[in-house]
Design a protein around this ligand. Structure first.
Ligand code: PXL
Length: 266
C-alpha cells in the first residue's frame, strides 16, 4: 500500500503554494496525497497581486478531515495556512480527537491581504492551540523570530539559538529556514531535535524568494515521515526537493515565480 499524507491547508489557485503545492510534493515523493482545505486564496491581478482570502466554514473543515481519516489510515499530517482563529480552533479540536504520529506544522503567521489586527489574533491562536499539538515545525526567518522571541537573526549561530529556544519552549523538532535572508553564498536551514544540531546547506539560487518553497519543504518532510524516514532524513530529503523545485521554477505573468516539484528524482 502506498503511504498516505494528509495536508490541512489553504488553496492557492495558481498552483504556486498551499494545498496544491502539498499534493504535488506528496505525489512526487511517492505518497498518496489527500487535502482538507481551510481557506481559499485568490491573488488579485488588479490589486498588486494581493491575497483575496475566504475562510472555509469550520464544519466543512471538520467534515473533510473526518472523510480523509475515515477512508485512509493517516498517521502523518501537514498543517499549512489556517488563516483565522475560528479555523485554528476547529483544526486543533480535530487534531486532538485523533492520534497522529507526525504533525508537521508550517507556521504560516501572516498572509498579505489579511487585517493586521486579525493576523495578531491568528498568530496567538496558532501558538496557543496548534503548536502544542505539533511534532515538527518548519518556520521561515520571520516566523523563527516570532516563535523564538529573538530580536534579530542574521547569523547561523543566531538561527541555531532560535531553533533551540523554539524546541525547548514547544517540545517540537525544529527545521528553521534561513532562506535567502541570511547573508552568504548558501541557503542554510538548521535542524534541531533536542539532541543534535545539523546545518543543512545548498548554494543559493538567486536572491529572490520563490513562491511555495516553504510549503514544499514542509510537505516533503511530511511525505518522507509518512514513508518512515527519521526526522533528520526527512529534513535532508526535503532540502533537496526544495533546491530542485527552485531550480525548475515556473514563471508567469506575476512578479514572482513559483516552485515546480516535477523534476525531482527524474
Ligand atoms: O506560502 C504561504 C502560503 C500558504 N498557503 C496559502 C497561500 C500562501 C501564500 O500565498 O496562499 C494558501
Amino acid at each position: 500500500m502506498t503511504h498516505v499524507a494528509l495536508t490541512i491547508a489553504g488553496s492557492e489557485a495558481t498552483g504556486g503554494a498551499g494545498a496544491q503545492t502539498d499534493i504535488k510534493t506528496f505525489h512526487q515523493l511517492g505518497t498518496f496525497g489527500t487535502a482538507a482545505l481551510t481557506c481559499i486564496v485568490s491573488f488579485d491581478p488588479a490589486n498588486d497581486w494581493g491575497h483575496r482570502f475566504v475562510p472555509v466554514d469550520p464544519q466543512v473543515i471538520r467534515d473533510q478531515i473526518e472523510a480523509s481519516t475515515a477512508v485512509h489510515d493517516v498517521d502523518t499530517v501537514k498543517i499549512g495556512m489556517l488563516g483565522t482563529p475560528a479555523t485554528i480552533e476547529t483544526v486543533a479540536a480535530s487534531l486532538a480527537e485523533r492520534s497522529f504520529a507526525n504533525v508537521v506544522l508550517d507556521p504560516v503567521l501572516i498572509c498579505k491581504g489579511q487585517e493586521p489586527g486579525a493576523a495578531l489574533d491568528t498568530d496567538n491562536a496558532l501558538k496557543e492551540q496548534i503548536l502544542p499539538l505539533a511534532t515538527y515545525v518548519t518556520p521561515n526567518h520571520f516566523e523563527t523570530l516570532a516563535l523564538s522571541g529573538m530580536e534579530e537573526i542574521t547569523t547561523v549561530e543566531q538561527l541555531t539559538e532560535a531553533a533551540r529556544r523554539i524546541h525547548d519552549r514547544y517540545d517540537v523538532i525544529v527545521l528553521a529556514k534561513g532562506g535567502v535572508v541570511l547573508d552568504g553564498e548558501d541557503a542554510v536551514d538548521v535542524f534541531y531535535d533536542g539532541e543534535q544540531v545539523v546545518e543543512l546547506r545548498a548554494p543559493k539560487i538567486g536572491e529572490e524568494r520563490v513562491s511555495g518553497a516553504g510549503c514544499t519543504l514542509a510537505a516533503a518532510v511530511t511525505a518522507e515521515l509518512a514513508k518512515g524516514a527519521t526526522p533528520l532524513e526527512a529534513a535532508r530529503a526535503a532540502k533537496d526537493v526544495v533546491t530542485s523545485s527552485i531550480e525548475h521554477r515556473q514563471g508567469g505573468h506575476a512578479p514572482f515565480e513559483a516552485v515546480y516539484q516535477g523534476a525531482y528524482g527524474r
